[in-house]
Design a protein around this ligand. Structure first.
Ligand SMILES: *Cc1c(COP(=O)(O)O)cnc(C)c1O
Length: 400
């Protein structure tokens, strides 16, 4: 009783100060932009439960189905049994186990880089990396549609930051020309763009940065494990530039089915990050189970092509079905955006599909530019032909 009274008094003493927050939420709601978390059980499987209803899930980044792979579950379980549930300290204190350094060696080989470093998440990695390699007075150029973590890193770095039009190398070149010749310059980009499912010519981009003495950071979050004939290490492998890019980063959280992130590049940059990247220095290391699963996942995508074969078969089938149904989309990848227009239309279409048993996330501003709200279909190796055809039929019925 006493406790209840105290809590009640505390709440009422600042309640009126919360009004601006409520008004902000009301405005978001008015603009069909209010977000909330909805309960998804088994969200990594093709059939999941969403807000209590069974749905076919086209909104997971578990592209290869590895998040449920028995082989990965087994190595994670073994790691828990041997080493427990947590790392106990940050990397520079007592959080660096040999399992982590082995993972870093595995990543370096995978990405054809001199050295690699593990970060706790992709978001954290991008913010920390950019803050560490850039200072006030430096220049950073980023693709207009880059992931929010790259944008935040550019902002927080204090460098002079400029955005070029999506995949527009001529626009980037103009900007590079304007920066002083001897200034430190970085160009940062997604490889496979997370909301558009497209990618540019990374070799041409690299050569442009080389001509202007700029360093390049490429984010392979949605490409790691999927692209590349030999190692499936990402689009840098496809364009044959892995050993020429200053920093390649990516995550273990999407196709690799786990959690955490990596960055790979020259040893001097890795040592710079160990000393300067605050997100690396001031955060507890990833737990043993996560590290073990990440390492094994990198080995699996190189040794067992079966999931990748299934995924690409599904991607081709879905593209074909959408084409046949006359639904406009632009994609040659596993991320298939169907642009609808206004936020409200995208949300409404997503709701109609949910009623039919398909979950396709509506993506709204500010995640994507104004007027380009869309449904973002994510295909995986786990989807069946019936599930994909069912989605296309439902889309056709409700697509205005
Ligand atoms: C998902 C994503 C991230 C963030 O990775 P997390 O591990 O989920 O924090 C960073 N960059 C891109 C391009 C992404 O798609």
């Amino acid at each position: 009783m006493g406790v209840f009274v105290i809590l009640h008094c505390m709440a009422s003493s600042f309640e009126f100060l919360l009004d601006p927050y409520q008004q902000q939420l009301d405005a978001l709601n008015q603009a069909s932009r209010l977000r909330r978390c909805r309960i998804t059980e088994n969200g990594t499987e093709a059939v999941a439960s969403f807000d209590g209803h069974p749905i076919v899930n086209f909104s997971s980044n578990n592209y290869l189905g590895l998040a449920q792979d028995t082989r990965l579950k087994d190595v994670a379980k073994t790691a828990v049994e041997e080493y427990g549930t947590g790392a106990g300290a940050s990397r520079l204190i007592s959080g660096t186990s040999s399992m982590i350094t082995e993972l870093e060696e595995t990543v370096a080989r995978f990405k054809r880089a001199e050295s690699a470093l593990v970060f706790n998440s992709g978001y954290q990695a991008n913010v920390a990396i950019l803050q560490a390699v850039l200072n006030t007075g430096d220049y950073v150029f980023s693709d207009r549609l880059n992931h929010a973590s790259l944008i935040d890193g550019c902002l927080l770095s204090g460098a002079k930051w400029s955005r070029y039009r999506h995949l527009d190398l001529e626009h980037l070149e103009k900007k590079l020309q304007q920066a002083p010749r001897d200034a430190k310059k970085w160009v940062v980009t997604d490889s496979l763009f997370s909301m558009d499912g497209d990618y540019g010519n990374l070799k041409a981009l690299l050569e442009l940065t080389e001509r202007y003495g700029a360093l390049l950071l490429i984010d392979e979050a949605h490409a790691t494990g999927l692209y590349g004939e030999v190692r499936s290490s990402g689009l840098c492998e496809v364009f044959g530039i892995s050993d020429r890019v200053a920093l390649q980063m990516g995550t273990f959280s999407k196709a690799l089915g786990g959690f955490g992130a990596y960055v790979a590049g020259p040893d001097v940059l890795m040592k710079t990050l160990v000393n300067k990247a605050r997100g690396f220095v001031y955060s507890t290391a990833l737990p043993p189970a996560v590290i073990a699963a990440a390492r094994h996942a990198i080995e699996l995508v190189q040794s067992d092509p079966s999931m990748k074969i299934r995924l690409w078969k599904n991607v081709r089938k879905l593209h074909h079905a959408l084409q046949t149904a006359g639904i406009p989309f632009e994609s040659r990848t596993q991320i298939v955006p169907v642009v609808v227009g206004e936020a409200k239309q995208a949300v409404d279409l997503s709701e109609r599909l949910l009623e039919e048993g398909y979950y396709v996330q509506a993506i709204r501003p500010p995640t994507v530019p104004e007027g380009t709200a869309r449904l973002r279909i994510a295909v995986s190796a786990l989807h069946t032909e019936d599930q994909m055809n069912g989605l296309v039929t439902a889309l056709k019925k409700h697509f205005a």
